[in-house]
Design a protein around this ligand. Sequence first.
Ligand code: PLP
Length: 377
Amino acid sequence: MIYLDHAATTPVPKAVADEMYRVLTEEYGNPSSQYAYGREARRLVDACRGEIAAALGCEPGRLFFTACGTESDNWAFTAALWQNRRVGKHIVTTAVEHSAILERCRWLEQDGYEVTRLAPDRDGNIPTEKVLEAVRPDTALVSVMLVNNETGNVYPVTEIAAGLRARNKETLLHTDAVQGFLKIPFSARTLGADFISLSAHKIGGPKGIGGLYIGERVRSPRPLLPGGGQESGFRAGTEATAQIAGFAKAAELRMEGLSEKLRHMAEIKAYAMERLAEIPDLRFIAKGTAPHVLSISMPGYPSQNVVNDLSDAGICISAGSACHQGKPSQVTAALGLEKKVAAGVVRLSFGPETTREEIDAAAAALKKHHDTRFPML
Ligand code: PLP
């Protein structure tokens, strides 16, 4: 099997699975238990938090474990809107966020919030000025993702953070960095966001564990889950020790030779663009600069058919986020693509393990689809 869907989820290295098995079978104590075995589990959780915080560039006390990136995104909204409940009920975000944000915004509108969704230009970019101009005296929260999961566009979060302080110093800034963490270089210390969402399964960790960085401007974050006091009382529930250990191990492994891994992914993406350019009419969508995401379209060839044919050839690519139940995704729609281009969008995404041979196989399968099927639109 050739796996080219690393933006959907990533393979779990054996060392990560082994560490999770070890924790499940040998260190299964409850970190809140008062005897030595519980204290060992507590030490494990603390050490893992330290490992991930070091990779993110923040104090361990600023990083909280959650169940996934979706939960982190939602908690950031809960906490920010609570802190700024007297600032106002206006939110600025983009039209190309993950559904975790867009759906939350849709629900918030039903609760009386006003949401400004900024559209990208044809290249998928959203300039800093556009975000800042949308901020008003009653803007409680700005939420702009770091890396788009469908186009690979990298958004100017550092500049937005700097400009936001001058525009409205109360407004809090959240960034969904689920596709950015250990994929592009950044540090929580210099990024300037008040909330940063992470998810383990995009970096070789297990599914079902995420993280939320909460910065010092957030005075007392509204608890996501009030309960037994875990995660400093903000997100109660017995810690998922094996998932946490898997997350930390994955971060540790990714950090080894990280710049070399990022360079490799960027080279693979450049190589893929070179090979895919040989297919007649093929379009590159947005051409975002993140090293691991490449969206393309063979205009007129419906994306689900392309995915099916490649799947039959043992190659995994995605139409999942590019095509939602037959309709183009919100991202594709926001880019204002022609109908037949939008309907053909598929995403290839890469990891440190991806090889040129795998790209050759995918390019050949896409070419075959192009040459042997008739366009339907
Ligand atoms: N945000 C982005 C940008 C994503 O790509 C994803 C996953 O695809 C998520 C959030 C959700 O993360 P999780 O699957 O951990 O809930």
